[in-house]
Design a protein around this ligand. Structure first.
Ligand code: TEU
Ligand code: CA
Length: 549
């Protein structure tokens, strides 16, 4: 069934709450996406990953689902969803949905039943345990703070939750749970959806000993006690056999703890599991001993090493996805580039990397106009549960709150969740009402309209680059070779097949840097600077060169 179309695809991630509000309630919605459908089509992308639009109490912005078969009314109706799907398909654009099945909402009917009594038929849909010494069953922490267990007085047991208390983990050991998930997947696929992005799929198989972790560190716990559990591949192969293999669709798995060594167990050609992964190693690389808000500097050598090693590890057995930001991590131009005096150059350089590196690229909404991180002064303006938990925990620990706020500005998830800046009218043209989260104040200068009419248009650069990629299969299937692995500022790599050879030359710095290579046999075909000087790269210059034969 699977025709591998997803290798050629160019993905675009829509975070629906923040894309476009059509009815003035301040929340982005499906009709808003339909309003902007030509904007998406003009960009040239051909695969949309739509963040969760299912019914949800929104404890974690839709990653807590209370009904997998319903569209949340704040996003619109099922008719709106089908209209979006068909309008996208008319334009040759596919759509994948978020599949969030490590946990549901505590307001899902299954959980409401499950907590009623120990012999309720839904009891085993979730993970219930007796406490130990008057406390939780083990010492695991939850992702957004606090223990990974919540006490329920009614039946005097604890339920397991790796995320918030409103996101109880589903019990995949129970075959009924798996059958429910597969039926639900068939429902959406039969409607014409083109696949799934699988949320924290690495966490679904639990280690049934529920042993204490000896180290007080969330990532250590996740990697050693939660991710890649004993039955993960059995479950994914079953899912593939029962559902995925019956449709011409694509799947991309997400989840912590999937290292490059384990990657092909999930995506290897002969494995019959998933098609590709969002590797999170880069996203976690700057996390210090204190976790994500304890940011450490990462250097370009480490960045390059990671992509080199993932390419080698995946080889011709698997397929990578390439992304530099999404709804969970800071804006790429702020994190890996320069969002100040070289914003245009850095945003276009990172675009060049995304779209010429080997793997299916994924562009996060707003990054195509170089949107940046935001720095709200007051915690009142933040919405993300992770950020709010971190703030409250820090307050309780008498932390230096100025420092805490600085860390939120750098690493918080709301950096990427502010509304798309469409124009310079109030709220950036996102809504006629009051937006659910404030628009980044820089909207008056950074917005789609201003970008389009600028002679330094990031959007136009993306469009041209996407067209270039589509016209040259070498960028998709050609080999990848890192030519300067040890250089501190330059990233120069080659993409090559039997027809063509390209060099992608990127200067990840604020300085002009001499190229320590002879590029005499190449001509520059694409750049974010007007003039091309063979011997050096200006600050954040990106050049694509083609070998002359
Ligand atoms: O994220 C999984 C994941 O690994 C994140 O928890 C990540 O560690 C965190 O966002 C870093 O701050 C997925 C979704 O993408 C995220 O939005 C959800 O909150 C989470 O799962 C729970 O469903
Ligand atoms: Ca709305």
């Amino acid at each position: 069934m699977n025709t591998n179309w997803w290798k050629n695809a160019i993905m675009y991630q829509i975070y629906p709450r923040s894309f476009k509000d059509s009815n003035g309630d301040g929340i982005g919605d499906i009709c808003g996406i339909i309003e902007k459908i030509d904007y998406i089509a003009d960009l040239g992308v051909d695969l949309i990953w739509l963040g969760p639009v299912y019914e949800s109490p929104n404890d974690d912005n839709g990653y807590d689902i209370s009904d997998y078969y319903k569209i949340h009314p704040e996003f619109g109706t099922m008719d709106d969803f089908q209209e979006l799907l068909s309008q996208l398909h008319d334009r040759g654009i596919r759509l994948i949905m978020d599949l969030v099945v490590n946990h549901s909402s505590d307001e899902h009917r299954w959980f409401e039943e499950s907590r009623k009594s120990k012999d309720n038929p839904y009891r085993d849909y979730y993970i219930w345990k007796d406490g130990k010494h008057g406390g939780p069953p083990n010492n695991w922490q939850a992702f957004f703070g606090g223990p990974a267990w919540e006490y329920d007085e009614h039946t005097d047991q604890w339920y397991h939750h790796l995320f918030t208390v409103k996101q109880p983990d589903l019990n995949w050991e129970n075959p009924k749970v798996r059958e429910e998930v597969y039926s639900m997947m068939r429902y959406w696929l039969d409607m014409g959806v083109d696949g799934f992005r699988m949320d924290v799929i690495s966490l679904i198989s639990k280690r049934l000993e529920y042993a204490d972790t000896p180290v007080d560190n969330l990532m250590y716990q996740v990697n050693n006690y939660n991710a890649n559990g004993p039955r993960i591949h059995e479950f994914l192969q079953e899912m593939n056999r029962e559902v995925l293999s019956k449709y011409d669709i694509m799947t991309v798995g997400e989840g912590p703890g999937i290292t490059k060594e384990l990657a092909n167990l999930y995506i290897g050609k002969d494995r019959n599991e998933l098609n590709m992964l969002f590797q999170l190693e880069l996203m976690f690389m700057d996390n210090g001993p204190g976790g994500k808000f304890d940011k450490q500097e990462i250097n370009l050598e480490d960045f390059k090493k990671l992509f080199r090693e993932w390419d080698e590890a995946v080889g011709d057995q698997g397929w990578n996805n390439i992304f530099l930001d999404n709804h969970d991590f800071p804006r790429m131009v702020s994190r890996f580039g320069n969002d100040d005096n070289y914003r245009y150059e850095a945003a276009t350089l990172l675009a060049t990397f995304l779209l010429t590196m080997k793997g299916t690229p994924c562009i996060y909404q707003g990054s195509e106009i170089g949107m940046t991180n935001v720095a709200f002064e007051s915690i009142e303006d933040y919405r993300d549960i992770e950020t709010i938990h971190y703030w409250e925990e820090s307050l309780a620990n008498n932390a230096d709150m100025g420092d805490v706020m600085r860390r939120i500005h750098i690493q918080g998830r709301d950096n990427v969740r502010t509304p798309i800046q469409w124009n310079d009218s109030e709220h950036g043209g996102f809504t006629s009402g009051t937006p659910w989260i404030k628009v980044n104040p820089n909207y008056s200068s950074i917005n789609v309209e201003a970008d389009q009419s600028s002679d330094k248009s990031i959007l136009k650069f993306y469009k041209k680059l996407i067209a270039l990629r589509k016209a040259n299969p070498t960028f998709v299937l050609g080999s990848f070779d890192d030519l300067l692995p040890d250089h501190e500022q330059l990233y120069i790599f080659e993409r090559k097949d039997e027809h063509d050879s390209y060099l992608i030359a990127l200067n990840f710095s604020d300085e002009t840097v001499i190229i320590p290579m002879d590029l005499g046999s190449y001509v520059s075909i694409f750049s974010n600077y007007e003039e091309y000087i063979e011997s050096n790269l200006r600050p954040w210059q990106a050049n694509i060169l083609k070998k002359v034969t």
